[in-house]
Design a protein around this ligand. Structure first.
Ligand SMILES: Cc1cc2nc3c(=O)[nH]c(=O)nc-3n(C[C@H](O)[C@H](O)[C@H](O)COP(=O)(O)O)c2cc1C
Length: 310
């Protein structure tokens, strides 16, 4: 680890304080336990868990992954072992390992989110924040279906906020064109930050079999292919000054991370890159620190939203 790493890297998103802006995206790092065998995951700003639902979900039928030029299509369908599994099996291990955890949750409606929050209340002191996945394109109920309706975004956020004392983050979809309205409604409901972007709806077809390459027919596109879309969405939302943003979508290296922060992200999320380089979190954190040294940037917060457009 570079000796500069750690200096001037802390960021704040509302009341959420991070020792550095590097966060692992939901669904691409599990709860961090396996990666901790490869490097010290506690060095990261935070790990966002896979989205957990009230009861276990089987997910969508295979194939669930398909590579595309500079991208990855997935239709996992939020397979997970259920919130009790996280509480009983993952949480004791991540506590011992010292990770900072953002727990991602998914429900079909406000009632299910309320039930999830009620279960989480007893462990909330062990979490930095809870992230509401209102943006998955691969499920019939909840996800983007819920996260596209402004009233639902506010209701779900308020329902969780009423029960939990920890900060609430709302994760929105780039497939929506009214992101400012959705973010405002999340803020009305009590959210402290917005995560942006989840995957972009996509499809691929096998020209020999004439069949879709994913069992679910459509999926969500992630990876470098979506980076410019993410940068534009973050730039546009940042200008509205509604809530701090955790920016994600195609970040591959520290240069991308800096670009996202210049566009307006207060922290950055790493997703698909973890499948390409399991050390991505460590490398990107070190790269950001070296960049700060070379540019004489004392605090990383000094570059947030500082893209020069005129
Ligand atoms: C295999 C896979 C699984 C994912 N699972 C989730 C999930 O459970 N919850 C969620 O909010 N986002 C999920 N995502 C979306 C990512 O968290 C992230 O928002 C998106 O992939 C864009 O970032 P990236 O291009 O760096 O991967 C998943 C993405 C991938 C590729």
């Amino acid at each position: 680890m570079n000796s500069n790493t750690g200096k001037g890297l802390s960021v704040k998103l509302g009341t959420i304080e991070l020792k550095n802006p590097v966060i692992m995206c939901s669904g691409t790092f599990s709860s961090g336990i396996e990666y901790n065998d490869l490097y010290d995951v506690s060095m990261l700003g935070a790990v966002t868990t896979k989205s957990f639902s009230l009861v276990p979900r089987e997910g969508n039928k295979p194939p669930r992954l398909c590579e595309t030029p500079a991208g990855l299509l997935n239709s996992i369908g939020l397979e997970n072992e259920g919130i009790d599994f996280f509480i009983n099996e993952h949480l004791p291990v991540v506590k011992r390992s010292g990770f900072t955890i953002i727990l991602s949750i998914l429900g079909a409606d406000a009632a299910e989110f309320t039930n999830l929050a009620t279960k989480i209340r007893k462990i909330e002191d062990d979490l930095l924040a809870v992230e509401l996945n209102l943006s998955c394109p691969n499920v019939e109920k909840g996800g983007i279906t819920l996260g596209s309706i402004p009233d639902e975004v506010e209701n779900v956020t308020a329902a969780v906020r009423k029960i939990l004392n920890i900060p609430v983050i709302v994760k929105l979809s780039p497939n929506n064109n009214n992101l400012a309205e959705l973010a405002s409604r999340a803020k009305n409901g009590g959210a402290e930050a917005i995560s942006l972007i989840n995957t972009i709806i996509g499809m691929a077809i096998d020209i020999n079999t004439f069949k879709p390459k994913l069992g679910n027919i459509i999926g969500g596109l992630s990876g470098p292919a979506i980076k410019p879309v993410a940068v534009a969405k973050i730039y546009n939302l940042y200008k509205e000054k509604i809530l701090p943003i955790i920016g994600m979508g195609g970040i591959s290296d520290w240069k991308d991370a800096i670009e996202f922060m210049l566009a307006g992200a207060s922290a950055i999320g790493l997703g698909t890159v973890n499948f390409v380089d399991y050390n991505a979190g460590k490398n990107i954190l070190e790269g950001i620190a070296s960049y700060m040294g070379s540019k004489n940037i004392l605090n990383i917060t000094d570059i947030i939203g500082k893209v020069k457009v005129r």
